[in-house]
Design a binder for this molecule. Structure first.
Ligand code: GCO
Length: 449
């Protein structure tokens, strides 16, 4: 267990937990929800490692009040959830499913009743299947449809949502969903997936305008970032690392902050029309940073289809996902953002940070997860160090409140502060829950400095 006292965080620092609709809600065919690309992908044999899906997940749709009570017990000041587009607009546009909006209305009111700020992500990868059938994010029309959906949700929840996150990890949705095919919708376009990047960002910009027109609170985006470590000392290794950094960390940041697309990627940018970049560069109130680990990169092998090779980053403890545990990587990443974008960088919130371990209840039914405590302790100290380095970080959300459905890994990866028995839906707070509760309580007690 960590022994040194946790350093103090700035007054008003946001303490949160994050989840996403398809990973926790279940109720996939309940109360008018339509199918998403992830329903389709998960039901395709061989796509999910344990053959599972989000059909039931954590049954959060029915158990949300119990889960909000767990958040209140933790003492968080915010909860980042996602709104399922297919629950609100089953075909992606047109007729609204009132029951879908009603659910999020109840959830938001339950959060506010417990003094917890609702932070709503509008797209966390579950695109309505009819839109996917029409080309999904390869189709430019999906961008204005996303903005119309955002406007609809803001009309109902905008008076109470305290921060909007338009997209979750557009890089991952592009690369794993459309480049490599290991996520929904399962396309293998490699570098031809650029239109997916552009149309997501265009949808983001149009949604920002719609949300602002509604006067409905601060707006941000949640990008997945990974500091790049160069393996090998050759110029080719350095070039490969720079290319990967441009792809993973700059492709979805430069245009948002008014710099246009990184040219060194050599993408065919025919999808970019006059005026698009100005829409995309709509000012942000928050930049969400989802951080898990650095990425080691070297020059590609002769037969590699990509201009870089990713290699294991060795010499660190590893999670059950075999990801290296590198808290300093978060401080390094935040410093990189600060140095790279300077005054253009809006306030940052860590919208996801967490780890998977094989957590199982002991004979007494308790779940001890000291590795997660060490992980969170290290990453919170890294955030504090970045703040001392001059980076304006105003919040930290743990991924995740609950063990949940981990995409292609199904139920095999447990990220929760709370253990979920998927057979009984029993929730069991782990020892990391109690540890974080005490950290948050102390932080919220300390006088602002
Ligand atoms: C992501 C997603 C989450 C994941 C989490 C663990 O960052 O990939 O936002 O849905 O479950 O990050 O992989």
């Amino acid at each position: 267990m960590p022994t040194a006292p946790m350093p103090q965080f700035p007054a008003g620092f946001r303490w949160g937990v994050s989840t996403s609709a398809y990973q926790i809600e279940g109720a996939a065919d309940t109360d008018g929800r339509g199918p998403s690309s992830w329903d389709t992908f998960a039901r395709t044999p061989g796509r999910i490692i344990d053959g599972s899906s989000g059909d039931v997940a954590c049954d959060h749709y029915h158990r949300y009040a119990e889960d909000v009570a767990l958040m209140a017990g933790l003492g968080v000041t915010a909860y980042r959830f996602s709104v399922a587009w297919p629950r609100v607009l089953p075909t992606g546009a047109g007729t609204v499913n009132a029951s879908g909006l009603d659910f999020y209305d109840r959830l938001v009111d339950e959060l506010l009743a417990h003094g917890i700020d609702p932070v709503a992500t509008l797209f966390h990868w579950d695109l309505p299947q009819p839109l996917e059938d029409a080309g999904g994010w390869l189709n430019r029309d999906t961008a204005p449809r996303f903005a119309a959906y955002a406007d609809l949700v803001a009309a109902r929840l905008g008076d109470r949502v305290k921060l909007w996150i338009t997209l979750n990890e557009p890089f991952i949705h592009m690369s794993l969903g459309h480049g490599m095919g290991v996520h929904a919708p399962g396309r293998t376009l490699l570098f031809d997936a650029f239109p997916v990047a552009h149309h997501q960002l265009l949808g983001h910009g149009l949604a920002v305008a719609a949300l602002r027109a509604r006067g409905s609170g601060p707006v941000g985006i949640a990008n997945n970032y990974s500091p790049v470590r160069t393996v090998g000392g050759s110029r080719a290794d350095a070039a490969a690392a720079a290319t990967y950094e441009a792809l993973h960390n700059r492709l979805f940041t430069d245009p948002l902050l008014g710099r246009g697309y990184p040219t060194e990627l050599g993408f065919d940018t025919a999808a970019v029309r006059d005026g698009d970049l100005a829409v995309i560069a709509a000012p942000l109130d928050v930049l969400g940073v989802n951080y898990y680990h650095p990425t080691a990169v070297r020059a590609p092998e002769e037969d590699s289809p990509l201009p870089f090779d990713l290699v294991p980053l060795t010499g660190y403890p590893r999670t059950a996902f075999d990801w290296p545990v590198v808290p300093d990587g978060l401080r390094e990443l935040l410093g990189w953002l600060h140095r790279s974008y300077g005054a253009e960088l809006p306030p940052v919130q860590i919208t996801e940070s967490g780890c998977a371990y094989d957590d199982t209840p002991d004979a007494d039914g308790r779940v001890h997860d000291p590795d997660r405590i060490a992980y969170l302790d290290g990453h919170l100290r890294a955030v504090r160090a970045a703040i001392d380095d001059g980076v304006d970080v105003t919040g930290y959300f743990v991924w995740s409140l609950l063990d949940n459905w981990e995409w292609a890994e199904g139920f095999t990866k447990r990220f929760g502060l709370v253990h979920v028995d998927y057979h009984t839906q029993r929730r069991t707070p782990k020892s990391s829950y109690a540890w974080l509760r005490d950290v948050i309580a102390a932080a919220r007690r300390e006088p602002p400095r």
